[in-house]
Each structure stands twice: as structure tokens, then as C-alpha cells.
Design a protein around this ligand. Structure first.
Ligand code: CP3
Length: 334
């Protein structure tokens, strides 16, 4: 909310997951990732693990951005050591026409809302709960490519070869995402984050046409709770992102605090943005870098990494990061 605090709050993207031995132990007993996502009490358990183990200031619901394509009619799989995979992808207009959208799609995800209710009950007000969704461009990319990609060339080429179909697909995704986030809020999340993980693969002109307007629609529709927009590698679009009707702008590690503040002032709370690989370094380095970053952002910051924590990060490095933030005091030279 941009309120003054005695120290900045801290959480980590991907805090729930393989960095924690408790997660790996639970996960090894299951058939796969989807069983965890789709079983509300298990999703709640792994959501709360980092709150207990790391002492972070927020929980982020355990789920995935890919539940939205599945709810619209394109099921996903998570292949061990390879990542997401869609057996069917969107290849033509009939595929787009066949997709569910809006509340009809969002209502397929009752396991998420059930999980949120358990999470809220088990958190019992200790820390807020963050909900999330993928940004429409990132979700479209998976629906067209069928997996991650180095270039996202199939998704990018669609914007030139069939822009009308791209806009229709983005519109359907956006309607589903708005209904989905509203259902998350009704179930109890306190703030939502929109992840545009693949913003950086588009030329600025195309991001202005096919990325930002759809994020703006989401920001316009969600007025019940604060909204965080995190667009990875979108340094070229920061002016426009800072003019979105969102409360918090997430930054990756390409953005330097002082130039960012000089250019964009303090009209938004910023979230970020330590390079996640710093957490592999000596603890003196982690402390120094974390304190320097907080000082340079000068308040109005939610401390986080510049992207999700890597799964093989040493747990004591993650703890050192969180503890350093918790020991920080504004107005005290560190
Ligand atoms: O702690 C949290 O941040 C909450 C849970 C969360 C997951 N995925 C769990 C997960 C969140 C917020 C996401 C978002 C997500 N999923 C994004 C956007 C954020 C980003 O990283 O840019 C994207 C692009 C995805 C798609 C996705 N899901 C990928 C690329 C992968 C494979 C990752 C890998 O490292 O293998 C997943 C699976 C996934 N989602 C895992 C987790 C903990 C790994 C699951 C496992 O093997 O146990």
C-alpha cells in the first residue's frame, strides 16, 4: 500500500518449492507436480512451509500460471527436468473458438479456491497471502508454443501473420484471468501478482500492442486488492509499466535502483530485485548487496529477487537474505 514501515517487507518468487527439503520430501511421495497443485490441503502445506522455515513476510499460494490454459481447454503436463508441456496447442481459428473463457473457464479451478481457503485458515492472519496469474502474452506464448522456448518464435510470428487471431486469443485469456483473480480474491487472497515472464522477447512496439493493453485491462478490473505487475526483461517498457493502474512494479536485476528512482520517482512501490545468483555467494556478500539495494531504493520497496529463486540455491543463503532484510532499519546507517 506504500505505507511507511520500520523496515521493508520481504518474500521471494518461487519461495515454495525445491529450495526447501520439506517440499522435496512431500513431492517425492506424490505422482507429480499436478497432484500437489490440485490437492488443496497439500498446496496449502507447501505454501506455508517457507513462512515457517524462512520467516518471510508473505505467503504466495502454491499453484502455477498454466492452470488457466488448462481451464480454458488446453491441459498441461510438467515433465521432470524439462518443464511444462502441452500435448495440444493452438494452431488455428477453430482452436481459439473452442476455448472456454471468462467465469466459465475460471470456475473450472475450484481446487485453487479451496486451497486458498485452507491457506487463509492455516495462516491465521500471520502474513498476507499473495494470489497470482500469468499475464496474457506469457499465457498465449505457452498455448502457441506448447512448452518453454529459447526464442518464442512461433508465438511472436503469430502477431504478424494473424494479429486478429492473436487479439482474440489474448482477449479470451484476459477475460479468464480477470474472473480467475476475482475468484482468488473472493476466496481470500490479499494482493495479486501478474507474471509476464516472456515480456522481454517482444519488440517494444509489439509489447505496446499485444502485451500492455491486456495487463491494463486486468489492472482496471481488479480494484479490491493491490496489484503487482512483474514483467521480466521489460526494461524498455518501464515508462508505460509505471503508468499502469497497478500499485507495485516488480523489477528484475537489469534495473538499477538509483536511475530507476531518478526516472520514475516514487509514485509506485517497487518490488525486487536482487540477482538470484547472489544467494550462492559468501554471506558477507549477500548481506552487503542486500543492504546496498535497500538503501539505494530508499524505501517504498518490497524486497524480493529479480526473478524466482533457483531450485539449487543453498538454503542458508536464502535465510541470510531474508534475515538481512529483517534486521534492516530505515534511518540507521548499515
Ligand atoms: O513459490 C511460488 O512462487 C509459488 C508457486 C509458483 C510456481 N510457479 C510453482 C512451480 C508460481 C508463482 C509459478 C509461476 C510460473 N510458472 C511462472 C511465472 C514465474 C516465472 O518463473 O517467470 C512460469 C513461467 C511458470 C511455468 C512453469 N511451471 C515452469 C517454467 C516450470 C518448470 C520450472 C522448473 O524449474 O522445473 C513450472 C513448474 C513449477 N511451478 C515448479 C514449481 C515449484 C517446479 C515443480 C517441481 O518440479 O516440483
Amino acid at each position: 500500500m506504500g505505507e511507511k514501515t520500520h523496515r521493508p517487507p520481504v518474500w521471494l518468487m518461487r519461495q515454495a518449492g525445491r529450495i526447501l527439503p520439506q517440499y522435496r520430501a512431500l513431492r517425492s511421495k506424490l505422482s507429480g507436480f499436478k497432484e500437489l497443485v490440485e490437492t488443496p490441503h497439500l498446496a496449502a502445506e507447501v505454501t506455508i512451509q517457507p513462512v515457517d522455515e524462512l520467516g518471510v513476510d508473505a505467503a504466495i499460494m502454491f499453484s502455477d500460471i498454466l492452470v488457466i490454459p488448462e481451464a480454458m481447454g488446453l491441459p498441461y503436463e510438467l515433465i521432470e527436468k524439462k518443464g511444462p508441456f502441452f500435448p495440444r496447442t493452438i494452431t488455428n481459428q477453430a482452436d481459439v473458438d473452442a476455448l472456454l473463457d471468462g467465469p466459465e473457464a475460471a470456475n473450472e479451478l475450484s481446487y485453487v479456491y479451496d486451497a486458498i481457503r485452507i491457506m487463509k485458515q492455516e495462516l491465521a492472519g500471520r502474513v498476507p497471502l499473495i494470489g497470482f496469474a500469468g499475464a496474457p502474452w506469457t499465457i498465449l506464448s505457452y498455448m502457441i508454443e506448447g512448452s518453454g522456448s529459447k526464442t518464442f518464435s512461433k508465438a511472436r510470428r503469430l502477431l504478424y501473420t494473424n494479429p486478429a487471431m492473436a487479439h482474440q486469443l489474448l482477449t479470451k485469456i484476459t477475460k479468464s484471468t480477470i474472473a480467475y483473480l476475482k475468484n482468488q480474491i473472493a476466496a481470500g487472497v490479499n494482493i495479486v501478482q501478474v507474471f509476464d515472464s516472456w515480456a522481454g522477447v517482444l519488440p517494444p512496439e509489439m509489447y505496446n500492442k499485444f502485451g500492455l493493453p491486456y495487463i491494463q485491462m486486468i489492472c482496471d478490473a481488479i480494484d479490491e486488492v493491490p496489484v503487482i505487475v512483474f514483467a521480466k526483461d521489460a526494461w524498455f517498457a518501464m515508462d508505460d509499466i509505471c503508468s499502469l493502474d497497478c500499485n507495485v512494479v516488480g523489477l528484475d536485476w537489469h534495473m538499477e535502483p538509483e536511475p530507476f528512482r531518478a526516472k520514475h520517482g516514487t509514485n509506485k512501490v517497487v518490488q525486487g530485485n536482487l540477482d538470484p545468483t547472489i544467494l550462492y555467494a559468501d554471506h558477507s556478500v549477500i548481506k552487503q548487496r542486500t543492504n546496498d539495494m535497500i538503501k539505494q531504493f530508499g524505501g517504498h520497496q518490497i524486497v524480493n529477487l529479480g526473478h524466482g529463486v533457483y531450485p539449487d540455491t543453498p538454503l542458508d543463503g536464502v535465510k541470510c537474505f531474508v534475515d538481512t532484510v529483517k534486521q534492516y532499519e530505515f534511518n540507521k546507517v548499515v
